[in-house]
Design a protein around this ligand. Sequence first.
Ligand SMILES: Nc1ncnc2c1ncn2[C@@H]1O[C@H](COP(=O)(O)OP(=O)(O)O)[C@@H](O)[C@H]1O
Ligand SMILES: *[C@@H]1O[C@H](CO)[C@@H](O)[C@H](O)[C@H]1NC(C)=O
Ligand SMILES: *[C@@H]1O[C@H](CO)[C@@H](O)[C@H](O)[C@H]1NC(C)=O
Ligand SMILES: *[C@@H]1O[C@H](CO)[C@@H](O)[C@H](O)[C@H]1NC(C)=O
Ligand SMILES: *[C@@H]1O[C@H](CO)[C@@H](O)[C@H](O)[C@H]1NC(C)=O
Ligand SMILES: *[C@@H]1O[C@H](CO)[C@@H](O)[C@H](O)[C@H]1NC(C)=O
Length: 592
Amino acid sequence: MKWAVFVLVFSVISAVSLALTEDGLALLELKSTLNDTRNVLGNWQATDETPCKWTGIACYPQDQRVSSINLPYMQLGGIISPSIGKLTRLQRLALHQNSLHGIIPNEITNCTALKAIYLRANYLQGGIPASIGNLSHLTILDLSSNLLKGAIPSAVGRLTHLRHLNLSTNFFSGEIPDFGALSTFGNISFIGNSDLCGRQVQKPCRTSLGFPAVLPHAAIPAKRSSHYVKGVLIGVMSTLAIMLVVLLAFLWICLLSKKERAVKKYTEVKKQVHQEASTKLITFHGDLPYPSCEIIEKLESLDEEDVVGSGGFGTVYRMVMNDCGTFAVKRIDRSREGSDQVFERELEILGSIKHINLVNLRGYCRLPMSKLLIYDYLAMGSLDDILHEHGQEECPLTWNARLKIALGSARGLAYLHHDCSPKIIHRDIKSSNILLDEHLEPHVSDFGLAKLLVDEDAHVTTVVAGTFGYLAPEYLQSGIATEKSDVYSFGVLLLELVTGKRPTDPTFVKRGLNVVGWMNTLLRENRLEDIVDKRCKDACIETVEIILEVAARCTDANPEDRPTMSQVLQLLEQELMSPCPSDFYESQSDYS
Ligand SMILES: Nc1ncnc2c1ncn2[C@@H]1O[C@H](COP(=O)(O)OP(=O)(O)O)[C@@H](O)[C@H]1O
Ligand SMILES: *[C@@H]1O[C@H](CO)[C@@H](O)[C@H](O)[C@H]1NC(C)=O
Ligand SMILES: *[C@@H]1O[C@H](CO)[C@@H](O)[C@H](O)[C@H]1NC(C)=O
Ligand SMILES: *[C@@H]1O[C@H](CO)[C@@H](O)[C@H](O)[C@H]1NC(C)=O
Ligand SMILES: *[C@@H]1O[C@H](CO)[C@@H](O)[C@H](O)[C@H]1NC(C)=O
Ligand SMILES: *[C@@H]1O[C@H](CO)[C@@H](O)[C@H](O)[C@H]1NC(C)=O
């Protein structure tokens, strides 16, 4: 009998610990009112403990609460269940480009953490929930292309963080309240609603007698807007700080377990050493399957015609082998005092680092007159060349290519910072060190070289002009490179991808700003559209917003407040899942 009780208690306890979280249950309720013809929600199973691995769901790492629902372009029908109100920590709801009908449930205003709502291109009816003013963190509200009607509630004006509003192509009517956030948006946010009137759409509202109506919202004090900028700033900062703490806690745990694995990573470097009187060739990992004599012969015959570029450390050549295998050879012009053995041992470590988003170092050769490093050859050259050597009209890189470059570069750098032991600080992240292969996959180059070749105390004099705009303020001051100064440079790189401008572009320099200050100014003025490279026609607001947010955090003046590279990577991976329209068409053609 006692045993039976024990077993019963035990099974109850284990059943409890295995039960799905409340957020998971709420999601299942949500699923039950959706018509999922493509079965994309097939892995939303009641038998799981958490919903965090379900398609389209992202969680806060620390407590497994749901932070994001990302299911655009999924051909979902049905209605949005009021159970959405139970996801009280939800930050991002992206259900655009589906076939949802019914109303936007009022319960959505229970999700007070919401920062972005994308419900564009559905068949939603009814109006905007009256208590939308509760969503005090909301920065993006895209309800365009639905069947929504009624007046625009003045509560929308109270959303002091709102940076992007699109209510286009609906059936809204009446006067657009002209206060708070609502007075900062122009006609572009409201086009395609023929019955709207008000200052924003340059259409005066008239009473039935033909006189201008008394403005019903005139009573609301206009003073608000002067405090508005400050409020936005403080609000954004505090939410960012909270998110950072949450992420840091999780990553600390992750890092501990990762480090143990990373220690074992440096297995013995297999080398093939060829040594003559004063010539020495080392190839790493058998990465250069050619006879030493052929390699040396090719290296010795490199000349002006083979030059593909030159940078801070020397000249770069293209070397083509007899079988047409192509490599890049970097001739080191200057080197630090120190023994060759130390130099070669450090190079071996660099040669053992392999990652798809890092330029592979295949070998090293010491000739009587020079030191040569042999790398993979990346056919498309550097991001710097591609981005800036085009005219103002052509589009050198589509928005989606830029996103791919942002993600890949983040992967490469996160690998250097977190998966290498000893960890490697790049010190010189900039667009000329991001090389692209023929699929536009990015490969980070020159990692580890700065430390090997540059004297610590001479740091400021060695800063070449092109590098200047990328360096973190504290690095410029102290000359001490840290992971966080790399993160800053990566943030500047993101801004370069978004704006298409070098960090030293006259647009900001003549206003006494750097690219970071310029971005922050435009963000404060709600001029998201002005930031994006005009040549980039396919940029979509959902992902621009994410990249800018990540860039803003990376370039925080305080290094402690910047995320780590692995947090950056996690943010990008989590949030860039929802595709832009052009992605959608690509994946559509995959299906057919
Ligand atoms: N592995 C490579 N494959 C193809 N081109 C390369 C490679 N490495 C360098 N280059 C070219 O040479 C230029 C100079 O390279 P690098 O010396 O690394 O410049 P920096 O010191 O400015 O970073 C690059 O901008 C790129 O165009
Ligand atoms: C779900 O969608 C399909 C195709 O769009 C439709 O035929 C079916 O009737 C819908 N089911 C429900 C329950 O709405
Ligand atoms: C609203 O949120 C509270 C918790 O903050 C929760 O208890 C309640 O069930 C939610 N209401 C709805 C309608 O989902
Ligand atoms: C949301 O706003 C309504 C009034 O508009 C209020 O009654 C309600 O308590 C608010 N809910 C929350 C969770 O703040
Ligand atoms: C608003 O939405 C419409 C329709 O979805 C779209 O064509 C338009 O470009 C959007 N406007 C802005 C400013 O994003
Ligand atoms: C929107 O406003 C601008 C001026 O602010 C005007 O040039 C443009 O024609 C307007 N567009 C529409 C569709 O009304």
